[in-house]
Design a protein. Sequence first.
Length: 167
Amino acid sequence: MAKKLLDLGGLSFMIVDDNVNMRAICKQFIRSFGARDIHEASDGEEALKLLSNTAIDILITDWEMRPMDGIELADTIRNNEDSPNQFMPIIMMTAYSSMTNVQKARDTGINEYLCKPVSALSLYKRIEEVITRPRQFVKAANYFGPDRQRRVDESYEDPEKNRRSSK
């Protein structure tokens, strides 16, 4: 039995990428998923201006842009008190595939990470993930964003559990 696709028709998206062709490809993918409300920006500064007066449900951003890159954009969205939506799901879509980059994005509050070149299926899976399996947000001394732990292992027995709970 085929898996039912999500209805994305009621969601608004923003694609932030300095490459007009990449924005067009991504926009076509998202349209093919049923979304109709799709906004575009060529860098983080332009995205923040649009976000100040446009409600966006899911943001998809490239990493490398000028004058404001995707990491700076995500950090501003997550940590600026004037942020229009600190909890907005952010998908990083980038050519940077090293573990160091993935960790930096995660530590900035990125929900999902997608390496270019992208396919419609890989983008859809990341969108599906932020909708069907949203992670709780965590506020710590040096971090605000989605919980960085993806899986919960119900069978895990914490050897320190009883010691901590008895204190």
